[in-house]
Design a protein around this ligand. Structure first.
Ligand code: CAO
Length: 551
């Protein structure tokens, strides 16, 4: 079998000239399959993946992002396997579904007046192949004057979104579709009054028209290529779904945003299903220019919008009174991003219980003289860490992380526990390693050391990595309970509130007991309620009787 160098060129993209390369999806040396996407092209009306017509190893890439390409331009060269009789055979990239020129009959549109002042009402039909698409945006209204190529509506299928442009300048007479409608074969989108005859229609046949020899209709057809519905394009190009990108916006909006240097991930879409409209981009620019919105940082974008949720509108607080604008520390900004990310990504469940620490506290107090001698401060926290480690060993279903492939759970065989520390620079979570293997004194000393490091901003990134579980204690500060946010990729966190003496029924009478309010939040994707119940019960039993740690 000979290996020949062949080329893949831009296929028929509906006659569009100068489509911009917005993505190169392959690299020299890649071995690609037939139909594998190699680049993405974008016009002002559509973006589309260009698949390779050949399989083989890429030896050269002739284009880069930003280049403007037309049909026939060479995209890549590759060593293609086959019976190649000669090297450097240039192959047409893809079979364009355009019929032979002979088949291209001019639609026999009846002669119409050429008087440039005469007007005529024409139909703008559903583009070929777009039958069954949903109307997701209507950009014009009856009475609107439009220029040729102005977008009229946006259609969307499950694979692509496409804008239908005006076939010529004119005035919208009647809108025959509304947002949410499904288009029908042979359907009409709107009627419009145009100057002169429908002559431009014949001068600009669509690719779809060129494949068919349909009887002439007295109807305008959107000029090529605008957006090729995937049905018509399946042999040559697959139109990129706008949802496959991070933002939900059509090609024209993306182009407009690029011209305005706007990062669309920072714009909140108010269109159907959060789609970004031109008005949204303009409003964003206005807000930035007027200082209402700071030029967004990633942190700000997380704050203003997440998971397609409408952002919180900016407020000019000065209208209510005097304010100071205090810059956030780096840690605070990171915490804000992480909390938002964890809150939005993790389905949280929080369970509450009171642990009886009466005996633990008398044991701890009894150890105080020895603690002083050792130079350590023995608060309830090292005991809680030890109890959590024992619970993680006894109930390993809590010592896991979700694997990023979404198909596995990572079961950990080590027990590292993070402790939330309220430091002057913000909330930090240093991690104590192998808590299950350490004695109480060792833990107390290490805990003091990391808290000291945290409060003096001396923690390095490594000190805060590798946790399996977190303990967040507001016990010294007060409060009866709170719902802590899971610290991903961990799947659970224990919130500790202020212990109080409470009456507890011992079977024959109420007894004053020192009760510690605990709240256990967990990621319900990884942990189910039964596991949580067992974990919590075990944890409380160990806290209530620390002798159980010896078992
Ligand atoms: N109930 C009652 N008293 C408590 C208690 C509790 N749950 N926890 C601690 N105390 C007592 C301690 O025993 C100590 O008293 P003594 O000196 O008489 O023994 C006193 O409160 C002060 O404790 P401490 O604050 O020095 O130490 P700690 O081990 O309890 O906590 C630390 C250390 C670093 C966890 C804590 O200072 C801290 O920063 N917590 C903030 C956590 C946070 O911000 N979490 C985020 C919340 S949202 O997830």
């Amino acid at each position: 079998m000979l290996v020949t160098i062949q080329t893949v060129s831009v296929p028929d993209i509906g006659g569009t000239e100068d489509a911009e390369v917005i993505e190169v999806s392959v690299a020299v040396g890649d071995v690609i399959e037939v139909d594998q996407s190699i680049i993405a092209l974008e016009t002002d009306k559509a973006s589309m993946d260009i698949p390779s017509s050949l399989a083989g190893k890429i030896t050269k890439i002739n284009v880069s992002v930003g280049d403007k390409l037309s049909e026939g331009d060479v995209i890549i060269e590759l060593e293609a396997e086959g019976n190649g009789e000669s090297a450097n055979v240039e192959e047409p990239a893809t079979e364009a579904p355009v019929a032979e020129p002979e088949q291209k009959e001019s639609p026999a549109v009846p002669e119409v007046a050429t008087d440039s002042t005469a007007t005529q009402v024409i139909d703008v039909p559903v583009p070929d192949g777009a039958e069954g698409a949903e109307v997701i945006e209507v950009m014009v209204a009856e009475g609107d004057e439009v220029a040729e190529d102005d977008s009229l509506i946006v259609l969307e299928t499950d694979k692509a979104s496409m804008e239908v442009p005006a076939p010529s300048a004119g005035k919208i007479v009647s809108m025959l579709v509304k947002q949410g409608d499904k288009t029908a074969e042979g359907g009409v989108i709107l009627t419009m009054e145009v100057l002169g005859a429908a002559a431009p229609v014949e001068q600009k046949p669509t690719p779809a028209e060129r494949t068919k020899s349909e009887p002439a209709k007295q109807a305008a057809t959107p000029p090529a290529p605008k957006a090729q519905p995937e049905a018509a394009a399946s042999d040559e190009v697959v139109i990129r779904s706008s949802q496959s990108k991070e933002v939900y916006a059509g090609p024209a909006i993306r182009k407009f945003a690029r011209e305005m240097a706007v990062d669309l991930t920072r714009v909140t879409g108010t269109g159907d299903r959060g789609r970004i409209t031109k008005e949204n981009v303009k409003a964003y620019v206005k807000e930035v220019m007027s200082g209402q919105k700071p030029l967004s940082t990633p942190a700000a974008s997380v704050l203003s919008s997440g998971a397609g949720i409408p952002g919180i509108p900016p407020v000019d607080f000065t209208q209510f009174g005097e304010i100071d604008l205090v810059p956030m520390s780096k840690i605070k900004k990171l915490t804000s991003q992480n909390m938002t990310r964890n809150w939005l990504n993790i389905p949280h469940v929080t369970q509450f219980d009171d642990a009886d620490i009466t005996d633990l506290e008398s044991f701890r107090k009894g150890l105080k003289p020895e603690a002083e001698k050792r130079g350590v401060k023995l608060t309830p926290l090292p005991f809680l860490l030890k109890a959590c480690a024992a619970a993680l060993v006894a109930e390993p279903s809590f010592n896991v992380s979700m694997h990023h492939d979404g198909e596995h759970i990572v079961q950990k065989k080590y027990v590292n526990i993070g402790v939330a520390v309220d430091s002057p620079i913000g909330l930090v979570v240093p991690v104590i390693r192998d808590v299950d293997k350490k004695g109480l004194w060792e833990l107390a000393a290490e805990f003091m050391e990391i808290v000291d490091k945290a409060r003096n901003a001396k923690l390095g990134p490594k000190d805060m990595q590798g946790g399996c579980f977190t303990v967040s204690s507001l016990g010294a500060m007060g409060g009866q309970g709170f719902t802590p946010i899971v610290n991903a990729p961990e799947v659970a966190i224990l919130g500790v509130s202020k212990a109080e003496i409470k009456p507890k029924w011992n079977g024959s009478e109420f007894e004053p007991r020192n009760m510690l309010p605990l709240s256990l939040s967990y990621d319900h994707r990884a942990v189910n309620g039964g596991d949580a119940g067992r974990f919590f019960t075990y944890l409380n039993s160990v806290i209530a009787d620390v002798r159980r740690l010896l078992l």
